[in-house]
Design a protein. Structure first.
Length: 104
Protein backbone atom coordinates (compact mmCIF):
# COMPACT_ATOMS: atom_id res chain seq x y z
CA UNK A 1 0.00 0.00 0.00
CA UNK A 2 1.08 3.52 -0.70
CA UNK A 3 1.19 5.90 2.24
CA UNK A 4 -1.18 8.86 1.90
CA UNK A 5 0.20 12.40 1.93
CA UNK A 6 -0.15 14.41 5.12
CA UNK A 7 0.70 17.81 3.69
CA UNK A 8 -0.80 21.16 4.65
CA UNK A 9 -3.31 21.09 1.79
CA UNK A 10 -4.19 17.40 1.95
CA UNK A 11 -7.89 16.39 1.91
CA UNK A 12 -8.97 19.89 0.89
CA UNK A 13 -9.90 19.44 -2.76
CA UNK A 14 -13.36 20.97 -2.36
CA UNK A 15 -12.20 23.82 -0.12
CA UNK A 16 -9.43 24.90 -2.48
CA UNK A 17 -11.23 24.56 -5.81
CA UNK A 18 -12.39 27.69 -7.61
CA UNK A 19 -15.07 27.97 -10.28
CA UNK A 20 -13.84 28.35 -13.86
CA UNK A 21 -14.26 32.14 -14.09
CA UNK A 22 -12.91 32.77 -10.59
CA UNK A 23 -9.51 31.24 -11.30
CA UNK A 24 -6.33 33.27 -10.84
CA UNK A 25 -5.46 35.95 -8.32
CA UNK A 26 -8.10 38.33 -6.90
CA UNK A 27 -7.78 42.13 -7.17
CA UNK A 28 -4.82 43.71 -5.39
CA UNK A 29 -7.13 45.65 -3.03
CA UNK A 30 -8.06 42.37 -1.29
CA UNK A 31 -4.37 41.85 -0.42
CA UNK A 32 -4.14 45.37 1.05
CA UNK A 33 -7.32 45.30 3.15
CA UNK A 34 -7.00 46.63 6.69
CA UNK A 35 -9.03 45.65 9.74
CA UNK A 36 -9.26 47.63 13.00
CA UNK A 37 -8.57 45.91 16.33
CA UNK A 38 -11.80 44.35 17.60
CA UNK A 39 -13.30 43.89 14.12
CA UNK A 40 -15.20 40.65 13.43
CA UNK A 41 -13.82 38.69 10.48
CA UNK A 42 -14.52 35.34 8.91
CA UNK A 43 -11.76 33.01 7.70
CA UNK A 44 -12.25 32.40 4.00
CA UNK A 45 -9.13 30.83 2.52
CA UNK A 46 -8.01 32.15 -0.87
CA UNK A 47 -6.63 29.07 -2.66
CA UNK A 48 -4.54 31.00 -5.18
CA UNK A 49 -2.32 32.58 -2.49
CA UNK A 50 -0.59 30.15 -0.12
CA UNK A 51 1.22 32.88 1.87
CA UNK A 52 -0.13 33.45 5.37
CA UNK A 53 -2.79 30.83 4.81
CA UNK A 54 -4.40 29.36 7.95
CA UNK A 55 -5.01 25.63 8.26
CA UNK A 56 -8.03 24.40 6.28
CA UNK A 57 -9.77 23.23 9.48
CA UNK A 58 -10.40 26.91 10.34
CA UNK A 59 -12.26 27.67 7.09
CA UNK A 60 -15.50 29.51 7.92
CA UNK A 61 -14.57 30.45 11.51
CA UNK A 62 -15.70 33.83 12.78
CA UNK A 63 -12.92 35.57 14.69
CA UNK A 64 -12.03 38.85 16.40
CA UNK A 65 -8.96 40.83 15.30
CA UNK A 66 -6.42 41.26 18.12
CA UNK A 67 -3.64 43.05 16.23
CA UNK A 68 -1.01 42.90 13.49
CA UNK A 69 1.95 40.55 13.00
CA UNK A 70 3.92 42.16 10.21
CA UNK A 71 1.58 42.20 7.23
CA UNK A 72 -0.68 39.53 8.76
CA UNK A 73 -3.36 39.73 11.45
CA UNK A 74 -3.61 37.96 14.79
CA UNK A 75 -7.19 36.80 15.26
CA UNK A 76 -8.88 35.04 18.17
CA UNK A 77 -11.79 32.61 18.40
CA UNK A 78 -13.25 30.05 20.80
CA UNK A 79 -12.87 26.35 20.02
CA UNK A 80 -14.68 24.04 22.40
CA UNK A 81 -14.59 26.65 25.14
CA UNK A 82 -10.86 27.30 24.68
CA UNK A 83 -9.48 30.59 23.39
CA UNK A 84 -7.32 30.08 20.30
CA UNK A 85 -5.25 32.49 18.24
CA UNK A 86 -4.57 32.30 14.54
CA UNK A 87 -2.25 34.30 12.28
CA UNK A 88 -3.56 34.97 8.75
CA UNK A 89 -2.91 37.35 5.88
CA UNK A 90 -5.74 39.78 5.03
CA UNK A 91 -6.48 37.98 1.73
CA UNK A 92 -7.80 35.05 3.80
CA UNK A 93 -10.04 37.22 6.01
CA UNK A 94 -13.44 38.66 5.11
CA UNK A 95 -15.22 41.32 7.21
CA UNK A 96 -18.43 40.11 8.88
CA UNK A 97 -21.52 42.30 8.73
CA UNK A 98 -22.72 43.00 12.26
CA UNK A 99 -26.00 41.23 12.93
CA UNK A 100 -25.44 38.91 9.94
CA UNK A 101 -24.99 35.18 9.75
CA UNK A 102 -21.23 35.29 9.11
CA UNK A 103 -21.55 34.75 5.34
CA UNK A 104 -20.06 38.10 4.40
Amino acid sequence: MVKSSKGFRSRSRGTFTKEVRERGLPPVTRFLREFPVGARVSVRIEPSDPHGQPHPRYQGRTCTVLGRRGRAYLVEFRDGGKRKELIADPIHLVPVEEGGTGDA
